[in-house]
Design a protein around this ligand. Sequence first.
Ligand SMILES: [Zn+2]
Length: 466
Amino acid sequence: MKYFLLFVTLFSSICGWSQRKKETSQTPEPVVKSATSPIEAKIAGLKKYPGFLEFYYDEKQDKVLILIDKLNTELLYIESLTAGVGSNDLGLDRNKLGRERVVKFERRGPKVLMLEPNYSFRAISNDAAERRAVEEAFAQSVLWGFTILAEEGGKILVDATDFLLQDAHDVIGTLRGAQQGNYTLDKSRSAFYLPRTKNFPQNTEFEVTLTLTGQPTGAFIRSVTPTPSSVTIREHHSFVQLPDNNYKPRKADPRAGYFGISYYDYATPISEPIVKRFIARHRLEKKDPRAAVSEAVEPIIYYMDPGAPEPIRSALMDGARWWNQAFEAAGYKDAFQVKVLPEDADPMDVRYNVINWVHRSTRGWSYGGSVTDPRTGEIIKGHVTLGSLRVRQDFLIAEGLLAPYEEGKPVSKEMEEMALARLRQLAAHEVGHTIGIAHAYSSSTENMASVMDYPHPIATLKRRQD
Ligand SMILES: [Zn+2]
């Protein structure tokens, strides 16, 4: 009996302790309440990442909270695919750039909307009503609505987990479109990827591992995925401060063959073309504007993917460096440089122009793209994708031409030299695209060599003889 009583007393005292403990956490004491701000209460114990968009990582729940202090301020948002699928036919390559978008955060009641204004239709005018008439005439895109967790002093804390853990690159749509299967995102097999989630003064970078699950129906996805009903990739989000207004957009002239931006300007006088076109180019300024040849205030530096082995790496860097000759001819010294990407730098970090060496299961295209300011055409990041199997195909062509094994002698070094020479041209060509230059389809027919040539069959017209 004595023992029983002791047991009851002990049990009730444990219950009492646990009840008090619950009460304390649910209703903070007044002193604690006044000392803790609403935002501090939400971020207590989380890992802080100070930078452009300050954010907090909740390790226990795998959540990211962003502290928005830039309401109604335009910034650049870019999504990309960082760990790909590996099938050339699907085009879901490693380090594949998605779209860049100008966005701004707008407060509406209990929400923060992430709004993409429409830069395709503008009115370049000092008249606010004229500008508003165009703004209201065309659709805008709200990309997300964030629920507000806490706010104080003009800063708003939102939960960005669902926004960041989505298939922003639409890999699901690509797989469906290529008839590879109907996949959905499995959040229980998706998570933040912290090695590439970083914050810097002018750019904030998030990366996530995503798993798409579904019934594979196509041969392409089955040929490259270990368990094709579960396709795991990584996607990246960048929020970037837009450049200052000191860049001067350059009007496009179709004879120059540049990529660029275009938009309708409804404030244009009736007699002038309504569509405005500007070329895409990197910002480059001379240290000494009066000198015939000057160093650049900030040189254009391209970084080589350290995943490319030798002797390929050196060949690619040599080819990319040819562009410095063009900048020298334009009056610049050492304005175009090529280095190896530093170990602690990430290829999708917008501050680095990168030459990526990308593997796929079959040979395919190489391409050059860029992150461009949609407002002005200024190139912010050059981004080259080189398919790694091409060099092997060129070697096979050399083998076919030389038939080098017939006499039982060691094979000639010429075959590899030819393949590497072709790689130098490839690197120069694709880098050319990322500094804004389009194909020069007619250069060889006009007897002008160009690394941007895309040789076309020569077709001539004969006068009829009848
Ligand atoms: Zn090309």
